[in-house]
Design a binder for this molecule. Structure first.
Ligand SMILES: [Zn+2]
Length: 387
């Protein structure tokens, strides 16, 4: 859902996050305590950030998870059954891949006690989930398609509906409480069971993460809303908006509940500090360095990868990736991506990723529209616990 700051109301992303936190309380969910006022404010502030120009998750066409074309024709990505493309036709980045990365990073940060950064990553994951719930985003009605005006109309109607029409209040807290009351008892908490079991494996999508299943189901139901989205009947659109806002809130609450559980359940494996890892490349078909690498999380949630002796994994000026010697003073901060296998974004830039091509380990610019599984394999990594 777009947030154009000049619009009359706050982004609905902010309202959805606020309502989801209240819903946990109304449902007497044990996770509710985690979302105290300060945490919620942090999350509300971050919830619309991915739509802002220059944000690390921002990108034209990337916030779409297209189960169908605007004409209602089913979409797929060859080689990835049940996974849908973004509006450029690419496997990644998409709301699915970005939600997965942000959620995993959020769990890792929270376990390290970095609550502020964790809350922000979780809010970003929630943003992507809400985008999947928004029918223009799951049916490819992008701002660059001839359906742009339908998209804009649906979302601006949605904002008016969320913030004033439905409950007649513009106060964000009261609106969130009213929406949450409407959603009480409806959150699909069980759908998020075992959300990340097996996620330490590189090929997250084909193993046991539940994110692909969850996003698939939501995006497919979004396709069913297409007639309402395209309709000039305002009442039809309002009914659709009502259904989808409720869907967003109940799923976001379930995501927040899952987060609380996954932070505590140490059998859920996410990258952690003080654990030696070996970096396995699917492209090279082998472990890349003899020395184990350690993950170090920075305050902002980016990571450094370094050896016990203090050599860093770094991208050189010419794009090659290597372990520096200790004295070089050269480091690169990465962020996790899942495309569908794990990759690393140098400086958090989703348009750049690490790849092993031939014998070269390098940082490459993403080839948009290049969606062959072969390319994914070249960029896929796995962090294996070293023994
Ligand atoms: Zn978005």
């Amino acid at each position: 859902m777009a947030n154009i700051e000049t619009q009359a109301y706050p982004s609905t992303h902010c309202g959805i996050v606020r309502a989801a936190a209240v819903l946990l309380k109304l449902d007497n969910h044990p996770a509710a305590d985690r979302y105290d006022a300060g945490t919620v404010e942090t999350m509300v502030e971050e919830a619309s950030a991915p739509d802002r120009m220059g944000d690390r998750l921002q990108g034209s066409g990337l916030h779409y998870y297209c189960s169908v074309t605007p004409e209602g024709v089913a979409r797929t990505v060859r080689g990835y059954e049940g996974i849908f493309p973004n509006s450029l036709g690419d496997l990644a980045p998409s709301p699915l891949t970005m939600m997965t990365s942000e959620y995993i990073t959020a769990v890792a940060l929270e376990r390290l006690g970095n609550r502020f950064a964790a809350a922000k990553c979780l809010a970003r994951a929630a943003h992507m989930l809400a985008d999947v719930c928004c029918p223009p985003h799951s049916a490819g009605l992008s701002y660059y398609s001839r359906y742009a005006s339908n998209h804009k109309r649906y979302e601006s109607d949605g904002e008016t509906y969320f913030w004033t029409e439905k409950f007649g209040t513009t106060d964000p807290v009261t609106a969130a409480e009213q929406w949450a009351a409407l959603c009480a008892g409806q959150a699909p908490y069980e759908t998020y069971d075992n959300l990340l079991k097996g996620a330490s494996d590189g090929d997250l999508f084909r193993k046991m993460s539940r994110f692909p299943d969850i996003c698939r189901e939501i995006a497919l139901s979004g396709a069913g809303e297409l007639p309402s989205v395209l309709s000039n009947d305002a009442e039809l659109r309002r009914q659709s908006i009502d259904r989808r806002l409720i869907l967003s809130i109940v799923h976001t609450a379930a995501l927040f509940a899952a987060f609380d559980r996954d932070v505590r359940d140490l059998s859920v494996k996410v990258p952690q500090e003080q654990t030696p890892y070996r970096l396995y490349s699917y492209g090279a078909g082998k472990t890349l360095f003899r020395e184990p690498l350690y993950v170090r999380f920075e305050e902002d949630g980016s990571i450094e990868l370094l050896t016990q002796e203090g050599a860093y994994l770094a991208v050189t000026r010419f794009g090659s990736v290597r372990l520096t010697d200790q004295t070089a003073g050269m480091t690169t901060r990465f962020r996790f991506g899942f495309e569908p296998m794990m990759t690393l974004y140098p400086n958090g830039d989703i348009y750049r990723l690490l790849a092993v091509i031939g014998k070269r380990f390098c940082s490459v610019r993403r080839f948009l529209h290049k969606r062959s599984p072969h390319f994914s394999t070249q960029t896929g990594f796995r962090l294996d616990a070293a023994d």
